[in-house]
Write a protein that binds this ligand. Sequence first.
Ligand SMILES: [Zn+2]
Length: 398
Amino acid sequence: MSEAIPLGRIAGFGVKVHWSVIVILWLFTWSLASTLPGTVKGYSHAAYWLAGACGAVVLLASLLAHELAHAVVARRMGVSVRDVTLWLFGGVTSLEGEAKTPKAAFRIAFVGPATSLVLSAGFAGLAIALGAVHAAAIAVSVAWWLATINLLLGLFNLLPGAPLDGGRVVRAYLWHRYGDSVRASVGAAHAGRVVAIILITLGLAEFLAGGLIGGVWLAFIGWFIFTAAREEEMQVTTRQALAGLRVVDAMTANPHTAPGWLTVEDFIQRYVLGDRHSAYPVADRDGSTMGLVTLRQLRELAPDRRTTTSVREIALPLDSVPTAAPREPLSALIDRLSSAGHGSRALVIDGGQVVGIVTPSDLARLIDVYRLAQPGPGPGSAALRHDANSATVGSSKI
Ligand SMILES: [Zn+2]
C-alpha cells in the first residue's frame, strides 16, 4: 500500500489513508442514506444523505480506534509498530517483529475486536439515551446503525482464520498448546483458507438469491482473505526454509567487478555483453569498492550519453547499498533488503573486500530448492512469487 497518504500521528503512531477508503466511505454513506428513509420518515433527501455521511465518517473513526487498540497493546507488549493504514477492507496495523509469547500475541489480536464490541455497546447506549431525551429520530437511527455495524465488525473479525484477528487468536492458542510458533501460523493460515472458502460460498449463494451487491462484496472479502492466508503461509514456510542459513549460502561468490573509471559504453561492450550477471560492484582505481551498478541503471542512461558518462557516475553509492557479512543469518539480510525496496541487491563484505552479491533471484532459487526438497508440498508451491519482497521475514500485519 505504497500509495497511502500520511494523515498525521495519533498516540505516537503514523496514520495513513489509502485512496480506496473513498470506496468504503461512499458505500457506507450510500447504504445508510438509502436505508434511513425506511426507518425514520419525514426528513428531506439532503438530511438522509448528510446523516449517511456523518455515520460513515464516525464508522471510519471506529475502524481507526480498532487499529489503534492493536497498535497501543503491541507497543505495550514490546513490539514496535510501523504504521496504521486505513483502506478498502478497514484497517491494517503493520508491526515490526513479533510478539515474544503466545499471551502477548493473544492480547494484541484480541483487543481489536474487543474495541469494536465496546464501541458497539457505547453507540447502543447513546441511541437509548438520545431516545430517552427525545432527540431527533434520525440521530437515534444513526446511533443504532453505528452500534450494529461495530457489532458485526467485532464478530466478523473474530472469525477463526488468519489474517483476521480471530485467526491470530487461534494462532496464539496453537502456539501456547504446541510451543511452536511456525506450526501455529501454518494452522491459523489453513483455518483462514477454510473461513475464506465459506465466505465466498455464502457470497455466491447470496448473489444467486438476489442480494447482488452484498453477495459480491462478501465473495470479494472471502477472496481477499484467501490470498492473504496463502501469502502468510508462504512467508512462514519461507522463514522456516531460511532458518539456519547464512548469507554465504545464498550469495553469488566472487562477482565480476566493474571498473568505475570506464565509460558506460566501454563497460557494456567489454563486460556486460555475453555476461549473465545483472549487478556489478564498482571498483575505484585503488581497488576499493565504491558502489554498485545494475543493468537497470545502465538502461536508464540515455544512449547518446554512454560515451561521455563513467560507470562511477551512475553507480549507487556504497552507503545506499545494503551490505552483509558472510556469516550473518540470511533472515536478517532479507529484512534489510525488503525495507530497501523492490529488487534491491546486497553486497557481501568480508575484511573490507567484496566477496559476494545477493540478488532477488539468488533468494528465489534458494527457496525453490528448499520446496523441491520438501515432501509433497502440493500444487501450491508453484505459486511462489519470484521476488525477494514476498520473502518478508519477521514482520506482520493485523
Ligand atoms: Zn483487528
